[in-house]
Write a protein that binds this ligand. Structure first.
Ligand SMILES: Cc1cc2nc3c(=O)[nH]c(=O)nc-3n(C[C@H](O)[C@H](O)[C@H](O)COP(=O)(O)OP(=O)(O)OC[C@H]3O[C@@H](n4cnc5c(N)ncnc54)[C@H](O)[C@@H]3O)c2cc1C
Length: 591
């Protein structure tokens, strides 16, 4: 059977996706943030420097919440039992609810704690470091389950639904994925047809929905007809399981990891939903979904940071105590290599999570590139780290009486959930290239209009000349960091040039050149990580009151990270010109 897509279908589908992507991207401001700036070879310093800190008042509230949470988790959270029984006991859910964890960022007026994203990330890091199933359950309820309501709900909807959800008397879920709409989220097939009397009738299936069968309120994405202009668009609906036609096909799909979470298959059969349950504007469900996922991806970073800290602790404890060949494992260079990079990545993930969360807290309008970078980076790095910690434990890790076997299974979802990493990698590159691409297109168009286009061409040439000789400033205060900051600055400039060359080389075909997209995206992610690390260590050197030994250790860790990251960026950018892509394509043909 020939399963290849025909060229006509391929083009049609791509054009349709491009149109949808353009509609979505056109609705966000073209303001240059840190992520987009990197693809222009610019550094938008005020997104990263100074390193964001919680106010003293919020810090003390977070400290108190963390102290209560730590005590609760020590006494009641048993990740082995949750994994073994594939269920999070109700006393754990109730306990987290009482601590306010399930409504932490909701406003105080509706019963929440009014925490910032930065503060909430600290809490999720603690849970993620202990039990991934529990942190993903919290994420599904709070980071994405009630997020659409918090962001897009009308006053009436918020009054009606939020108090019960924030207190966790009711649980929430977010239902986007379907058999035909996985990575291609815009391909939602669930239909919502207006009845003419104000209601909608939903028909369709959802799968892989965390909390799907235990939730009392679900944000469901369904396709509605576009009034007047024809066609259909995706709309978000609030759905409750007591609506006739709501069916749980499978309440708990058996799975590899995060077994305590309840992942469901659902069906909607002629299910009537009142128009009052529409969340956000009619036909703008994809915008709702993407905005919600920005929050989920940020807390993903926090959960991964927590898990990374646990990996590092387990690995160092074992490397210090286990002896072979008359030495501890930690005395061997190949073990040190793993430990050092685990420490460096953990430091970077924490800095990236803090800074990304601060972008949300500052009320900036468009941080989808940064949240995607955090998600891909932290989940890829965590996967390597769990594997490293596993390897350091040798055979001992392979048995189920140690946490690493569970952690390995649990970590695997991170690269798939909330956007598969390949899809997000491509998204990062193409979103970053969009601005420079539009500029080059306007110059190319101007070249076809010799007289009227002269102004555009002149400005472009002047900018190009200036750009060749300017490297962006990375404003560290500590003189110790100046050489490393200059190295980062040079590489930002290099990425800007590489982005332009890639656009010149491939033109519109860049949409299909995923191997080059990946190189540019990883260079941008490493630069984002490096600037976050510089910001953090600069703060720690100049303002924090860390004990001297601890500060020295952190400086070494940060320096190693910056050096490792620079090496990776060089590899990625060199790969644009020297690679085996042709052989790869040839080998893949016909498989
Ligand atoms: C445990 C679990 C919990 C989940 N919870 C939820 C939830 O609460 N709510 C919800 O709506 N969804 C949820 N999901 C769904 C999740 O978001 C999807 O699984 C994910 O988006 C990928 O979709 P898919 O599984 O259909 O994979 P597919 O779309 O079939 O993709 C499979 C693989 O193909 C590759 N791929 C796909 N597209 C591209 C591309 N353009 N370029 C390159 N490679 C590509 C990637 O490697 C990808 O991993 C959950 C999934 C799991 C496993």
């Amino acid at each position: 059977m020939n399963t290849k897509t025909s060229p006509t279908d391929f083009r049609q589908h791509r054009d349709q996706q491009m149109k949808q992507a353009e509609e979505l991207l056109a609705s966000v401001p073209e303001r240059l943030g840190i992520g987009k700036g990197l693809f222009w070879g610019k550094f938008v310093a005020d997104w990263i420097f100074p390193y964001p800190r919680l106010s003293d008042a919020e810090q003390s509230r977070v400290d108190q919440s963390l102290a209560e949470l730590t005590q609760f988790c020590d006494e009641h959270l048993d990740p082995e039992r949750i994994d073994r029984e594939a269920d999070i006991p109700s006393e754990v859910i109730d306990g987290l609810a009482q601590l306010g964890v399930l409504g932490m960022t909701a406003p105080i007026e509706v019963g929440g704690r009014g925490f910032s994203q930065m503060a909430y990330c600290r809490v999720l890091e603690e849970i993620g470091g202990r039990c991934s199933a529990t942190s993903i359950f919290v994420n599904a309820h709070h980071s994405i389950g009630i997020r659409a309501l918090l962001l897009f709900g009308t006053d009436e909807q918020k009054r009606r639904w939020l108090p019960d959800l924030v207190s966790a008397r009711k649980l929430a879920a977010f239902a986007l994925t379907e058999p035909e709409a996985g990575s291609d989220a815009s391909n939602v097939q669930t239909s919502a047809i207006p009845t003419g009397d104000g209601d909608f009738v939903l028909n369709g299936e959802k799968r892989y929905i965390t909390n799907g069968a235990i939730a009392d309120v679900l944000t469901v994405m369904a396709r509605t007809p576009n009034a007047g202009r024809g066609g259909t668009s995706v709309t978000a609906f609030l759905v409750t399981p007591d609506m006739p036609g709501f069916r749980v096909v499978e309440a708990r799909m058996p799975k590899v990891g995060i077994r305590g979470t309840a992942t469901a298959r659902l069906a909607f059969e002629n299910m009537r939903v009142p128009a009052a349950n529409i969340l956000g504007p009619l036909g703008k469900g994809l915008k709702v979904a993407l905005t919600v996922l920005d929050f989920g991806r940020t807390t993903f970073g926090a959960c991964c940071t927590g898990a990374a800290k646990t990996c590092l602790r387990l690995a160092t404890d074992h490397a210090r105590t286990r002896r072979q060949f008359g030495r501890t494992l930690g005395e061997f260079e190949l073990v040190q290599k793993k430990l050092a990079r685990m420490a460096a990545w953990t430091y970077a993930m924490e800095a990236m999570t803090t800074i990304t969360a601060s972008l949300i807290d500052r009320g900036l309008e468009d941080y989808m590139l940064e949240t995607a970078m955090l998600k891909v980076y932290s989940t890829e790095v965590l996967w390597t780290m769990v594997n490293d910690a596993f390897q350091i434990h040798g055979g001992a890790a392979y048995f189920t009486d140690r946490p690493l076997e569970r952690m390995l299974r649990d970590a695997r979802i991170n690269q798939i959930g909330e956007g598969a990493n390949e899809v997000l990698t491509s998204f990062i590159a193409l979103t970053g290239l969009r601005g420079p691409g539009l500029r080059l297109k306007s110059v190319a168009d101007a070249a076809k209009r010799p007289w009227s286009g002269l102004g555009i061409i002149g400005r472009f040439v002047a900018d190009q000349v200036a750009f060749r000789f300017e490297t962006p400033g990375v404003p560290v205060r500590s003189p110790l960091l100046r050489p490393a900051a200059d190295e980062v600055s040079r590489r930002i400039h290099r990425l800007g040039l590489a982005a332009q060359r890639t656009l010149f080389r491939h033109r519109e075909e860049v949409l299909e050149r995923q191997l080059d997209q990946e190189r540019l995206a990883w260079s941008a992610m490493e630069l984002f990580a490096s600037t976050c690390v510089l910001s953090r260590i600069d703060y720690e050197l100049t303002e924090s009151r860390l004990p001297r030994d601890e500060l020295e250790r952190r400086v070494k860790t940060a320096m190693y990270f910056l050096s490792m990251s620079a090496r990776r960026i060089d590899e990625e950018l060199n790969g644009l010109n020297s690679n085996d892509d042709e052989q790869l394509r040839a080998a893949a043909t016909g498989l």
